[in-house]
Design a protein around this ligand. Structure first.
Ligand code: PLP
Length: 558
């Protein structure tokens, strides 16, 4: 192994080390010269080319069979000898990248998180090279202030307090307008953690749930159990939160549009209270993962106020609608929430790991505040005092940059255009006889399904039996898998069990998420054509032909 083998890594570790090597041949003032710097730049250029080639292809995935790759990656011995970084890049390009999913493809409509703008990729280099740790101000300095400002900007977007409020709290050590998290899962858990500790705060004879577990505070508050109440379409992170925090989850059915049934919500809350349960939080969803539906926020806020409970809103998907003057109306009342979870890596198109919990009351995070002798001082500016996570990367910077580089107007036009495309796709689905729109889209997620020809004239209303629907569901599942294998376009699928035409009948539906600004109407048409073509192929090639007429029993004659 020679020293030269480490060139690229060496420069990455010590960016300024060789700056003085060769000052005379400087290309422009302040540029860093030397062999190692040149090697670093050339590896960087090579990497960008490789990524550019990969993401420019409109295909979503080239290979879906991972068997060979899995065999290759079964080797558990780590290499003894160092490998030049260029060779490692060769390996990635030849053996691994072809199997990656091109989430930037304008025809990849299955995921909530997708491609990132170019400036975010460049910024990732900045974030990684500086490697600031936001757990502690002394490991991040300026970036602790940037993070606080970013959270303040997002807080203002959601809660819209006057600027004097932000003047007072944004950079004040003992105020927390929010907490950056690696995802909305952690944001939801943190929101309920705060809610629980506030509900079971220190009483005269106890130090509260934060130190004693739940038994003592529950006994003190003479409650039998602690419960959170939200709709059946709540994200599964609430099950995790409840499990970790010792809470029961009460799930209330959603209506055919995917919004919590308010009467059933009120009944459930009453029943919990009558049973002596403590309602820790009412949970509203602003943009369900399944279908993008938004709960009736104002009405839920009233229920929470009456029950004296915390009100948490999971706006992981929907919060960016606030950038749009037109679509923010769908979130009316969100400013009444005690806490709101927001994902930066979904509609805001930022790198994964960029999320936050926003808090209406800047003192509420005191309920979970930690101290650590070597690390987190009581009245310091250390952001780690409030976060569930420990060491934390500088993801707030992506958000901070995006709020400048894209701006409110930029996000507004992206959101408005995504909503226009959603309406276009819904129209196109209604226009094509082989498809059926299953849930009316409230935000930019479209739920629909393919209806094999045999069933077409009976769909909608009560024309299809449960067994018909089971067959159509099985067909759509196969269609979605075949589409993924074909790799030209992609949607995901989900199971809905209470739709307009099929109440209480679970059906499998195709799910398109329209979050990529590069997706055009033509891409959407391509995707629907692609599905029609694949479905026609399935009719002929599947052993178990799903459209084969079922036996005419149970009075099913058409
Ligand atoms: C994506 C999502 C989550 C989870 O967020 P992660 O960032 O994946 O942890 C929670 N709630 C909703 C509504 C979501 O769409």
């Amino acid at each position: 192994m020679t020293r030269a083998d480490f060139k690229v890594g060496e420069v990455a570790l010590h960016p300024g080390e060789r700056a003085a090597d060769n000052g005379s041949a400087s290309a422009h003032p302040g540029s860093i010269d030397g062999d190692a710097a040149a090697a670093f730049r050339s590896a960087g250029a090579r990497l960008s080319d490789m990524l550019e080639r990969f993401s420019r292809n409109a295909e979503v995935s080239r290979y879906s069979n991972l068997d060979t790759l899995a065999r290759e990656l079964r080797d558990s011995s780590s290499p003894e000898e160092a490998m030049p970084f260029e060779n490692y890049l060769d390996y990635l390009e030849a053996h691994i990248l072809p199997y990656a999913v091109n989430v930037s493809s304008p025809r990849c409509l299955g995921h909530m998180a997708g491609g990132v703008p170019r400036f975010a990729s460049l910024l990732a280099q900045f974030v990684t090279a500086l490697n600031q740790n936001l757990v502690k101000s002394e490991a991040s300095q300026a970036f602790t202030l940037i993070e606080r400002q970013t959270i303040g900007m997002m807080h203002s977007l959601i809660f819209g307090y006057p600027s004097s409020f932000y003047d007072q709290h944004i950079q004040t050590n003992d105020s927390a307008l929010g907490i950056m998290t690696s995802g909305s899962t952690i944001a939801n858990i943190t929101g309920l953690w705060i809610a629980r500790n506030r509900a079971f705060g220190p009483a005269a004879d106890s130090v509260g749930a934060s130190m004693e577990g739940l038994d003592a505070p529950l006994a003190h508050h003479s409650g039998r159990r602690a419960v959170i109440v939200g709709s059946t379409l709540m994200h599964y992170s609430f099950d995790k939160a409840a499990n970790l925090l010792g809470l029961r989850v009460c799930k209330v059915p959603a209506d055919a549009a995917g919004r919590i049934e308010l009467d059933l919500l009120r009944e459930s809350v009453d029943r919990c209270l009558q049973a002596g349960e403590r309602v820790i939080s009412i949970v509203g969803v602003a943009g369900t993962t399944d279908c993008g539906s938004i709960d009736s926020i104002n009405e839920m806020a009233d229920v929470a106020a009456e029950a004296g409970s915390h009100f948490h809103i999971d706006a992981a998907w929907g919060a960016p609608l606030m950038f749009s003057r037109r679509y923010r109306l769908a979130l009316a009342g969100i400013e009444r929430a005690d806490s709101v979870a927001v994902d930066g890596h979904k509609q805001m198109m930022l790198p994964l790991g960029t999320s936050m919990l926003l808090l209406r009351d800047p003192t509420s995070a005191n309920a979970i505040k930690q101290k650590a002798r070597y690390m987190l001082q009581e009245h310091s500016s250390d952001l780690g005092r409030y976060s569930l996570e420990g060491s934390r990367p500088n993801t707030a910077l992506y958000l901070h940059a995006a709020l400048h580089v894209i701006g409110r107007e930029g996000y507004e036009s992206i959101i408005d255009e995504n909503m226009r495309k959603t309406a276009w796709m819904c129209d196109e689905i209604r226009r094509r006889p082989e498809f059926e729109l299953v849930v009316p889209s409230q935000t930019n997620i479209v739920l629909y399904r393919y209806v094999p020809e045999y069933y077409r004239h009976r769909r909608g209303g009560g024309g299809l039996s449960e067994s018909d629907n089971a067959r159509i569901s099985a067909f759509n599942e196969r269609l979605q898998q075949a589409q993924f294998r074909a790799g030209r376009s992609y949607v995901s699928r989900t199971l809905m069990d209470n739709t307009e035409h099929y109440r209480d009948v679970p059906i499998i539906v195709l799910r398109a998420v329209l979050g990529n600004p590069n997706t055009t109407d033509r891409d959407i048409a391509f995707l629907l054509d692609d599905q029609t073509e694949i479905a026609a192929g399935l009719d002929n090639t599947m052993d178990d032909r799903p459209e084969r007429p079922p036996p005419l029993d149970q009075g099913e004659q058409a």
